[in-house]
Design a protein. Structure first.
Length: 319
């Protein structure tokens, strides 16, 4: 990969290719590279070294959780970091004609993506928030497992139904236990408790969505409406060329947030006066139901973003 001509006084962007055992680290100003073991002590030393050079941004790909320890170390050190989608990085590599793929090349491309891709650092998280996020993630995993087991009931052999029902009951007990622990953690924090109260003032927003927004969308209230919608994956993108105007589409975003937001929107379309009015108006125009639900999800997210930014609880029009 060709070197990128940069002002040597510019702050570096650090690209990191993460694997289970090691991190390939690349500095896009000095072009230095190092390999760091993916172990807590080594990552803490890496964070300390990066702190001395004050990078503009540290960029890593999402690798199924192997990037978590590094993210924790950078967060503790107060370093600006971001976790990006691997597919977008690879598309950039193909776009500049870079077909080869190995750890060193990947680290360079990741740094280049961080430099030119408008990547924003993730808000720094406290240890308490990371623990709460782990609880909400585990709850989501168990809910998905329970849904899978429930789907098997209709097709499984009768001899296995009791086994599956017992497992569903066990999963339900574990989910209930996690819900209680999540509620307890939120109640212990004045900031989280106030934020949850504000979010749940919106009809259709329950404790599950509120906790997901607190842990997995810390940017809520900090970004513009357009950017927060794109971040979650409910912003329509153009598909135009010349005189041709294609159908708008939504793609990407944080699936864990979007999935729960979508389900909450279905409820809000019945009980939230603002969303219901918007929903009915789109239906009267003959819009497809899926398009209507996504549009309502975006409207509710924008509403929550503005409320969080201004610290105001929900009030229906005319209240």
């Amino acid at each position: 990969m060709k070197k990128i001509e940069l002002n040597l006084s510019a702050k570096p962007v650090i690209g990191i290719d993460v694997s289970k055992d090691n991190l390939e680290v690349f500095n896009d100003v000095s072009f230095n590279r190092i390999v760091c073991p993916n172990k807590t002590r080594d990552l803490e030393r890496l964070a300390k070294g990066l702190k001395q050079i004050a990078p503009n941004l540290i960029v890593m790909e999402a690798t199924g959780g192997y990037e978590t320890q590094a993210a924790v170390a950078f967060s503790k050190a107060g370093l600006p970091y971001a976790i990006v989608f691997p597919r977008r990085v690879r598309q950039l590599a193909h776009g500049v004609g870079l077909i080869a793929k190995n750890d060193q090349v990947d680290a360079r491309v990741i740094a280049y993506y961080g430099r030119v891709g408008g990547v924003q650092p993730k808000p720094l998280e406290s240890n308490e928030l990371r623990e709460l996020e782990a609880l909400t993630t585990r709850r989501s995993q168990l809910v998905q497992m329970r849904q899978m087991e429930e789907n098997r009931l209709d097709t499984t052999h009768p001899s296995m139904r009791k086994e599956i029902k017992d497992h569903i009951a066990w999963l339900s007990r574990r989910i209930d236990k996690l819900n209680k622990e999540i509620d307890r953690r939120i109640e212990l924090s004045e900031v989280w408790n106030e934020k949850r109260k504000l979010l749940m003032s919106v009809p259709g927003v329950g404790p599950v969505l509120a906790s997901i927004l607190i842990t997995e969308l810390p940017e809520l209230g900090l970004l513009s409406n357009r950017r927060i919608a794109a971040l979650v994956g409910v912003a329509p993108f153009d598909r135009d060329t010349g005189k041709t105007h294609g159908i708008r589409f939504c793609k990407g975003g944080r699936n864990s947030v979007r999935r729960v937001l979508y389900m909450a929107t279905i409820c809000a379309a019945r009980f939230n006066p603002v969303i219901k009015t918007f929903y009915d108006r789109l239906c009267e125009k003959g819009k497809r139901k899926k398009v209507v639900h996504i549009a309502c999800a975006r409207k509710m997210l924008v509403m929550l973003n503005a409320m969080t930014r201004d610290g105001l609880e929900f009030k229906p029009s005319g209240a």
